[in-house]
Design a protein around this ligand. Structure first.
Ligand SMILES: Cc1ncc(COP(=O)(O)O)c(C=O)c1O
Length: 413
């Protein structure tokens, strides 16, 4: 029994009852299905099998060491977005040549770290950053492999907060400027321009903008070739969305069918940086009902022991996550707001949700929470971060223990 599904009425993860895991480890709790991560990684890898490619898993989606290690064991590389993520990648066993380093505001320290390690590529965000990389590399008498991140000014048609490919966004270099910058930078002793990079947004469910951006990047690669700057790869970033509400979304095969015709024939190696698509459906956030409150003439609130500190996506992006009782429920149907315990009215995980009326102590599951969930958790209201469990081959293993107040205070004078 693989993935997160109902077995005999109750939700299970790779065959293990979620209620058993919650009884043992407490709530709030993240639980991940290894089989889902494996099958989703392989689906993308196989869809692109006809073209030379590498998948650099975007650590930002979920960088818990055991998750990163699992992806490495499948043959993934890593996409790191900070010095911290580079460290995590190394500790997860990735070698520097398997790491690409992206990020809109890399510090001198982070660039030096990446150059000293000799990461596969630094995806550079601006001419100024290229200057800084060149200076750091020359000082070390080495050459840094760089790709230029371009901003194609294409709307990814996702949520504005996770769209990154418009010229009103802070990311990348405008298409019209890339060729000139490459010509100016090509002779620099500290730089080896090896690629072009883009990432136009996350939770993309319309593949047309991605295909148009890919065409722009491949065209630019050809023009650079004409200028005598031979690059070896294009990195089309991540972004493939998932279905949070059950509506149809493009599959890995659709994704490949949209992108492969654009890169095939270019002779360029293809790099992708998928995150959400691999890990989001593999994760569930478990939480217990701590109170039920009916405001007279107002709403019915189901108050959980998890909120925006464990999963900020609903508050940050108005994101929708299905919320279901873990055990088959038979109470009368009702409509409620599912909220967290924090001192913020926006601490809401789901609004106007029809569901059987839960009771205090019931275990609830927030689905598709494996990406941008635990990694975005915070300690607001002095709430310790939740534990994380990975279920693999029928065994549920704690991969990150629950934080304690002592852990939190250990940093303080
Ligand atoms: C540069 C870059 N690559 C990859 C990703 C991963 O995106 P996703 O999780 O949507 O696949 C992101 C996420 O924002 C990103 O900024």
């Amino acid at each position: 029994m693989s993935g997160i599904q109902r077995t005999g009425g109750a939700l299970t993860c790779d065959g293990v009852p979620l209620s058993d895991i919650a009884a043992r480890e407490g709530t709030p709790l993240y639980v991940y299905s290894a089989s889902t991560i494996i099958s989703r990684y392989r689906a993308i890898d196989e869809a692109f099998a006809s073209h030379p490619h590498s998948l650099h898993y975007a650590l930002k989606a979920n960088s818990t060491l055991a998750v990163a290690r699992l992806l490495r064991s499948l043959g993934a590389g890593a996409d790191a977005n900070s010095g911290g993520e580079i460290d995590v990648a190394l500790r997860a066993g990735f070698i520097p040549d398997q790491i690409v380093f992206t990020g809109v505001g890399k510090t001198a320290g982070e660039l030096a770290q990446a150059i000293d390690l000799g990461v596969r590529t630094i995806n550079a965000e601006s001419e100024g950053e290229l200057e800084r990389i060149d200076a750091l590399a020359r000082a070390r008498q080495t050459r840094a492999r760089v790709a230029l991140r371009l901003n194609p000014d294409i709307d990814a048609k996702s949520h504005p907060h996770i769209s990154t490919g418009l010229k009103t966004n802070k990311f990348g270099i405008g298409l019209d400027h890339v060729r000139g910058i490459c010509q100016r930078m090509a002779g620099r002793a500290g730089l080896e321009i090896v690629g072009l990079h883009m990432h136009i947004g996350s939770q993309i469910t319309d593949l047309d903008p991605l295909a148009r951006a890919a065409s722009a990047i491949v065209r630019l690669a050809r023009e650079l070739g004409d200028d005598g700057i031979a690059i070896d790869h294009v990195d089309l970033g991540g972004g493939l969305g998932i279905s949070y509400d059950g509506s149809p979304v493009p599959s890995a095969a659709d994704y490949a069918a949209a992108l492969l015709p654009v890169v095939r024939g270019s002779g360029l190696h293809l790099v992708l940086e998928p995150g959400r698509n691999i890990v989001a459906p593999a994760g569930v956030l478990l939480s217990r009902v701590v109170d039920i409150k009916e405001q007279p003439g107002g709403k019915l609130f189901v108050i959980l022991d998890a909120g925006m500190t464990e999963l900020i996506r609903p508050m940050l992006y108005g994101a929708f996550h299905r919320i279901e009782p873990v055990e088959a429920a038979s109470g009368p149907e009702t409509v409620c707001d599912v909220v967290g315990p924090l001192c913020e009215s926006s601490d809401t995980l789901g609004k106007d949700r029809p569901m059987p009326r839960p009771g205090v102590g019931d275990l609830m599951a927030v689905l598709d929470a494996g990406a941008y969930g635990a990694v975005m958790a915070s300690n607001y209201n002095r709430r310790p971060m939740p534990a994380e469990v990975l279920v693999q081959d029928g065994t549920a293993r704690v991969i990150r223990r629950r934080q304690t107040i002592d852990d939190l205070l250990a940093l303080e004078a």
